[in-house]
Design a protein around this ligand. Structure first.
Ligand code: IMP
Ligand code: MG
Length: 172
């Protein structure tokens, strides 16, 4: 059976907000190079859209995390599935994530990357579900705070589907 996807944040709204986020980064990182690190796979669409509007020099890398949960939430059991391809020592790193939920994934990634001595380490996320937080994570910037609903699209999946939707939808 097809799941019902209701538009929560339209393509136009997402796109406008990402341009604003890029403008903030362009000001903050003037004279520096932003090393974007996307967390696969959810961050792909946000990261590619954001990077189009960055006017400071940009480099990119990715890492993949696995967390064993019930499919709609992560557990404490988080592992690195694919590591970065270049060293981050001395770089101005911006971690790019699709959604901050319990905070377990991002706090794991932040602790992991901190040990590798980047010059600076910031986190940006397209979506934030603050009601679900279990572990605190310091965010540099958030696209949208959303209520505690399961969302798909713009990189986010349900059982690997819907990542390609150009808007954020709620699965109800
Ligand atoms: P956390 O570790 O609980 O913060 O979960 C973060 C990860 O769970 C995200 O990177 C997503 O992959 C996934 N996730 C959390 N909430 C949603 C959602 O509403 N839709 C799709 N994936 C989600
Ligand atoms: Mg993810």
């Amino acid at each position: 059976m097809e799941d019902k996807v209701n538009v929560l944040i339209s393509e136009e709204e997402v796109s406008a907000r990402i341009k604003e986020m890029a403008a903030v980064l362009n000001r903050k990182y003037r004279g520096r190079t932003i090393h974007l690190i996307g967390i696969l796979k959810g961050s792909i669409m946000f990261m590619s859209e954001l990077s189009k509007y960055l006017t400071v020099p940009v480099t990119m890398d990715f890492l993949a995390i696995s967390s064993y949960g019930n499919g709609t939430s992560s557990t404490g059991n988080i592992n690195l599935r694919m590591d970065l391809s270049v060293d981050i020592e001395g770089r101005d790193v911006v971690i790019v994530e699709d959604i901050l939920d319990s905070g377990r994934t991002l706090s794991y990634v932040v602790e992991l990357l901190k040990e590798r001595k980047p010059e600076t380490l910031k986190v940006i996320t397209l979506l934030d579900k603050p009601d679900r937080r279990v572990v605190n994570v310091d965010l540099e910037m958030t696209g949208f705070e959303i209520p505690d609903r399961f969302v798909v699209g713009y990189g986010l999946d349900y059982a690997e589907k819907y990542r390609n939707l150009p808007y954020i939808g709620a699965l109800d």
